[in-house]
Design a protein around this ligand. Structure first.
Ligand code: BJW
Length: 226
């Protein structure tokens, strides 16, 4: 199963590409979500991420997140891969969540690449690594960067070995995440999409369930339980 920004939309977390409300309705992704943008203007990038961190800390999981916790208990094996960096699946109680694009609430040292503690003494006014003094950055995956190795391996293996692939609330345009459904389909899995709109995956999907995931997922769970 792969989730995207749409599953957190009903919690009040803006999606990326929705025309009016999406995070990139106002910004260009290459201006904010790239290592080049961070190197050019770390203060600006940090302001954007601090704003989003506050937003994420202030929201609550929704019925879609909760249905997936119950779904995991209702089926023999479920692997939850999320592109979301908001940690809402984990806060709801989902376990073993594979964070494909990292987590916005963690800091990583931009020099050492390790998850880091902030130094209390900052020369630049920006968060710095307590160990080496270099700038910290959010522990997320920007365009042009690799997916964390363990996440890529585990998600790739699960996708190639599943019977059913659920794609929930993602536009399915960002790779390699979007390739997971394609891999599952090549291996003979049934592809089910849950989304308010049609997406790049829709032509491949065996079933497209149209509507908000906070409504569709509880219904799906109920149907499964008979
Ligand atoms: C609802 C709903 C409701 C609303 N209910 N539904 C192959 C082909 C083409 C390009 C590439 C390729 N391979 C790689 C690339 C380049 C690039 C890429 O994919 N670009 C495309 C845009 C063309 N990929 C990369 O750069 C990746 N890295 C990489 O490939 O590295 C290779 C490498 C190799 C060797 C050395 C080094 C590198 C990295 C991609 C990282 C993406 N990062 C971001 C930002 C994370 C940090 C942050 O949050 O700030 O991840 S971008 C952004 O997009 C974020 C998301 O996780 C990701 C996906 O977005 P998502 O979830 O699909 O959201 P939306 O907004 O697009 O869609 C929301 C959906 O929900 C919509 O469909 C709505 O309809 C729906 N919805 N409400 C249900 N209530």
């Amino acid at each position: 199963m792969l989730t995207g920004a749409g599953i957190s939309a009903e919690s009040g977390v803006p999606t990326f590409r929705d025309a009016q409300t999406g995070l990139w309705a106002k910004f260009r992704p290459e201006d904010l979500a790239t290592p080049e943008a961070f190197n050019r203007d770390p203060k600006r990038i940090w302001e954007w991420y601090e704003w989003r961190r506050e937003l994420v800390r202030g929201v609550e999981p929704n019925a879609g997140h909760r249905a997936l916790v119950e779904l995991a208990n209702a089926v023999p094996r479920l692997t939850l891969v999320t592109q979301n960096v908001d940690g809402l699946h984990q806060r709801t109680g989902s376990t073993g969540v594979i964070e494909y694009h990292g987590n916005i609430l963690r800091d990583r040292c931009s020099a050492e690449g390790t998850i880091a503690r902030r130094s209390s003494l900052s020369i630049t006014g920006l968060p710095e690594c307590a160990r080496c003094g270099e700038l910290l950055r959010p522990d997320v995956v920007w365009f042009g960067e690799s997916i964390p190795r363990h996440a890529a391996l585990e998600a790739g293996a699960a996708a190639a070995d599943c019977d059913v692939f659920l794609s929930i609330g993602t536009a399915s345009v960002v790779y390699p995440a979007a390739g997971l459904a394609e891999s599952a389909q090549r291996s003979g899995a049934t592809i089910i999409e849950v989304n308010t709109e049609s997406t790049a995956l829709t032509p491949l999907a065996d079933f497209s369930l149209r509507g908000p995931s906070g409504e569709i997922l509880p219904q799906l769970l109920q149907a499964l339980r008979g």
